[in-house]
Design a protein around this ligand. Sequence first.
Ligand code: C2E
Ligand code: MG
Ligand code: MG
Ligand code: MG
Length: 278
Amino acid sequence: AAKSAGRSGFSFFDPSMQAQVRLRAELEAGLRRGLEQDEFRLWYQPQFNLEGKLIGMEALVRWQHPEQGMVSPADFIPVAETSGLILPLGRWILRTACEQLVAWQQHPVLANVRIAVNISARQMQDEGFVTEVCSILDQTGADACALELELTESMLVQSIEQTIDKMQVLRQRGVHFALDDFGTGYSSMSYLKRLPLDKLKIDQSFVRDLMTDPNDAAIIRTIVALGQSLDLSVVAEGVETNEQRQALVTSGCQGFQGYLYSRPGSAQELEHSIHGQR
Ligand code: C2E
Ligand code: MG
Ligand code: MG
Ligand code: MG
């Protein structure tokens, strides 16, 4: 390959680059087809408080690919974002989560449970976003207070004023907001104070090394203190072991999500495991 490269030493026909472009195009076409063929599923992962009471469910999208099986969102959300397909996919996700809220209204334990939905920057920046959320709430009859939208810090930096406006309109309607993967972005304290937030989610990278890296313990204590002073609840994600849970409790954290409690599963799987626990 070095021989065929131009004077700069860089070849435009780098086969691995070509392969990457092709893979991306295939993935995009696959996503498009998947949307038409109804190949997406919503899985849910419960969140618990200190006493072990269920406090919410995070909706996590899965792609049931006809040949590749269950595809992780980490593999297709980035392409959905850059291609714009996140707009129709995001609509489907919101509608499905709201329909699930209505279905769970009849459930002895899951009635009034809150569902958290991850929102991409691209969705939040879309002009029609607020109208769309409101019309999905209207059409499904879901309780707006049971809907929580998870935003990330990075999307707030881009267009903070418009984002605050949109959040405020939805907050009026009863919708709640969580700041996801907190601690990995660049939220300034003055922004945080102005956002109509309800919850901070400690990024799982801090929980992962909690037992070995004293810096992570310090970061977690700082996030918990910040949450307390801004009157926000704090949920740690990626809690896998009892040791981590204990260290989080010691740091003052009161909300937990992770494999220690439950892996994400279909609505039906979660209903079964809740039934089994009762
Ligand atoms: P996230 O919102 O931070 O979601 C948490 C991720 O951590 C999920 O991965 C979840 O399955 C995983 N997780 C939960 N507990 C544990 C644990 O104890 N240990 C470990 N190692 N991992 C745990 P998932 O479902 O693969 O989602 C990855 C990311 O994809 C999400 O990160 C979110 O940014 C994005 N995503 C997922 N669903 C959606 C969606 O519906 N819409 C959008 N826009 N993004 C989504
Ligand atoms: Mg999330
Ligand atoms: Mg997260
Ligand atoms: Mg994360």
